[in-house]
Design a binder for this molecule. Structure first.
Ligand code: ZN
Length: 262
């Protein structure tokens, strides 16, 4: 083993890169690189424990500071090592909303959840919550609209602890765009595609304006009128200056694109 091997192996890891990908890059550039076996040897012998210790030290300082606050809002999301059901690992990251500091990092191996990839995120969420609840005054946790997580938060100890579960707008907006785009692919629905951006913008606007679910829904449903060129209706009106001649095509009220539920 040479000093260069140590530098290479350690820095591939510390820069958050993947050895196989860096190796491929080097191969394309016709350059030599530390051998696979040596890389993993160095990673296991010198890096993993040190990185873990460093992280634990950083984390406990952050937790100590947050423990003095009477309410913490946290944001959490899981990431799989590969998409779909074939994922082997799920790493679940939680961040403090005020400081943006990472406050928890939980990694689940599929073998810990009876080889079921779909429940890894739920398991990671439970471990995160159970840990944080003993350390800080968690008042709100924001996640994507994961059905299993919503189900957990609506009953039992998390509900009893009075922790509010909110849904991440970014995920909401992304899902919305995905769904409208998918429906827009079907016959007779193409018109929806020109509206994706406007509908998603409206979603963001509603999220920012509304402070309750009712307020949100009231504003949100206005979109059904607006897209059909109806800007004043029995129960309300559009809150923007709506063009009389819209650059987009209006969706005819009662048409499949306007009414069909998907
Ligand atoms: Zn309008």
């Amino acid at each position: 083993m040479q000093a260069g091997d140590f530098m290479m192996a350690t820095n591939i890891l510390l820069s958050g890169n993947n050895f196989a990908k860096v190796k491929l890059l080097f191969k394309h550039m016709n350059m030599g690189i530390v051998a696979d076996k040596t890389f993993f040897k160095i990673q296991n012998a010198y890096c993993v424990d040190t990185i873990k210790e460093f992280w634990e030290e950083k984390r406990s300082a952050v937790i100590q500071r947050l423990a003095t606050k009477d309410s913490v809002v946290a944001l959490a999301d899981g990431r799989m090592d590969s998409p779909g059901h074939c994922a082997q690992y799920c790493s679940y990251t939680t961040m403090d909303n005020d400081s943006k500091d990472i406050i928890a990092l939980v990694t689940i191996d599929k073998r810990e959840t009876e080889r079921k990839a779909v429940i890894m995120e739920k398991e990671a969420f439970i471990r995160t919550m159970d840990l944080l609840m003993t350390e800080i005054n968690l008042k709100e946790i924001c996640t994507d609209a994961h059905v299993q997580i919503s189900a957990l938060m609506n009953k039992g100890k998390y509900k009893d602890a009075g922790i509010f579960h909110s849904l991440d707008m970014w995920h909401g907006a992304k899902n919305l765009a995905k769904r409208i785009t998918a429906v827009g692919q079907q016959s007779g629905m193409k018109l929806l595609l020109v509206w994706v951006k406007a509908v998603v913008n409206h979603f963001w606007w509603c999220c920012n304006k509304a402070s309750t679910h009712e307020e949100f829904m009231e504003r949100w449903l206005a979109i059904l009128h607006h897209v059909a060129d109806e800007h004043v209706w029995v129960m309300g009106k559009c809150e923007h200056d709506c063009p009389t001649k819209h650059p987009k095509e209006w969706i005819v009220r009662g048409s499949v694109a306007c009414t069909d539920r998907h």
